[in-house]
Design a protein around this ligand. Structure first.
Ligand code: UD1
Length: 424
């Protein structure tokens, strides 16, 4: 296994580019299954473990994938299977994204239930509800979602989501584009990742109205063709790198970004006393003498992202005063708190609300986490902790951050990847 060894205390400075977005890339890859012939080319696909896991799943279904570390080409012309097996789905919950495309194209899908999640319950009822609304019969059998549609073709319907779900919106879209008739998706997610998916589906020939709004109207078409599409940048990675600048008292510029996707987070950096300058495709953050406390509530886009909650808590350990951080998307997503406290933070947790008492001097030790963003939070804490912090099990980090240690090294951090053996 690999760990990151960080000697904290260096002010970061300089410029680094953001990578392509993982969370946008996965539904784009799933959508490519909707084309019966030809090859779709997806550009700016980050070289990440999750991308390789999802590629393995699509390959198992019979798609032919070629990936050079940036452009991922998918030929789904000769699909052989509609079954997404447990051994692949369990590695990544986003595998559920194949449900909509398989059902829409083949009239049948068999997708393993994803199983538990490190940060609390993550149901898939809304994905299933959307498929049923579109005319599918859905049953759960031996741990698998079995979805079929009579006559092989879904029917347009009105789908109204009771809560905002990125994944369920994506699945509903990918199913509706090949359905007979018109589908309306109410309370749709407006995350940039969903906007990107709409863009790719349209390039494939789909008819979608209302992109970027909470009401999507999809007029089903008979078939879709392959397309080329450039993925969006990773707003969470970009915000994490900016936080690395802020937590170390440095000045960091992240390029290759769409600043509007980061508006709420950038506003919070300003509230914390940082100076933030944006141009068309970069953000520069300059730290203040003293970081100020801020309260944050994680909510669906365009509000503060739950995927930045853990990193923000790390930042607030260095801010003056008491910060309240609430997560309204995932109420139990707080695995990082005990580990931050082991580094010297003073954070209390009550239900879905963390109270961070800052500033606290952090001192390095060995820490470990059980999910992606919590790992990022511990790396950030390590950058400011005195002495050496070792972050174990960074395979979580590798799922969603493309060579993060190289980016932090480029900004002047003292960080190194080492392999180690874990004894159980
Ligand atoms: C995506 C992101 C994840 C991010 C999350 C919220 C990917 C691959 N992952 O996950 O990084 O943290 O959005 O921004 O893009 N819910 C239900 N029933 C469902 C589906 C969701 O109750 O069928 C709930 C969830 O438990 C959660 C909320 O809806 O409380 C939002 O989840 P959702 O937007 O669906 O998250 P994901 O798409 O799984």
């Amino acid at each position: 296994m690999d760990k990151l060894v960080i000697r904290g205390g260096r002010k970061l400075g300089g410029a680094v580019p953001a990578s392509g977005s993982k969370n946008a890339a996965l539904p784009l890859m799933a959508a490519a299954l909707l084309s019966e012939n030809g090859t779709s080319d997806l550009h700016r696909i980050p070289d990440l473990k999750d991308i390789r896991t999802f590629s393995a799943l699509l390959t198992r279904l019979g798609a032919v994938i070629d990936y050079d570390g940036a452009t991922l080409s998918i030929d789904a012309g000769n699909m052989e299977s509609v079954q997404a097996p447990y051994e692949l789905v369990k590695q990544m919950r986003a595998s559920i994204y194949v449900l909509g495309p398989l059902l829409a194209r083949f009239g049948h899908a068999s997708v393993s239930l994803p199983g538990g999640c490190a940060f609390g319950p993550r149901p898939i009822d809304l994905h299933l509800m959307a498929m049923e609304k579109l005319g599918a019969t859905v049953t759960i059998d031996k741990g698998y979602i079995e979805a079929t549609v009579k006559g092989g073709r879904l029917n347009g319907a009105h789908i109204d989501f009771p809560i905002s779900s990125v994944g369920a919106t994506g699945n509903a879209l990918m199913a509706a584009v090949l359905a007979d008739g018109v589908t309306t998706i109410g309370n749709a997610s407006i995350e940039p990742e969903i906007v990107a998916l709409c863009g790719f589906l349209e390039a494939m020939g789909a008819d979608i109205e209302g992109t970027g709004t909470t009401t999507l109207v999809v007029r089903g078409v008979r078939s879709l063709g392959p397309a080329r599409f450039s993925n969006i940048f990773d707003r969470i990675e970009a915000a994490t790198l900016l936080t690395a600048g802020a937590i170390t008292g440095g000045t960091v510029r992240v390029t290759d970004v769409e600043p509007s996707h980061l508006a709420t987070v950038l506003g919070k950096f300003e509230e914390a006393g940082c100076s933030v300058v944006t141009d068309t495709e970069s953000v520069t953050l300059q730290s203040p003498e003293t970081l100020l406390r801020t309260d944050v509530i994680a909510n669906p886009y365009p509000l503060f992202p739950t995927d930045m909650q853990a990193q923000w808590i790390a930042l607030m350990t260095q801010a003056k005063g008491i910060s309240e951080i609430i997560d309204r998307v995932y109420h139990e997503r707080f695995n990082h708190i005990p580990e931050l406290n082991r580094l010297g933070a003073h954070i209390e947790i009550r239900e879905n609300e963390a109270t961070v008492h800052g500033p606290k001097r952090l001192t390095g030790t060995t820490v470990m986490s059980t999910d992606l963003r919590a790992s990022a939070c511990l790396v950030l804490a390590g950058l400011v902790a005195e002495g050496v912090t070792e972050v174990l099990r960074i395979y979580h980090l590798d799922r969603g951050y493309e060579r993060i240690e190289n980016k932090l090294l480029a900004l002047g951090a003292d960080i190194e990847r080492q392999s180690y053996q874990e004894f159980r």
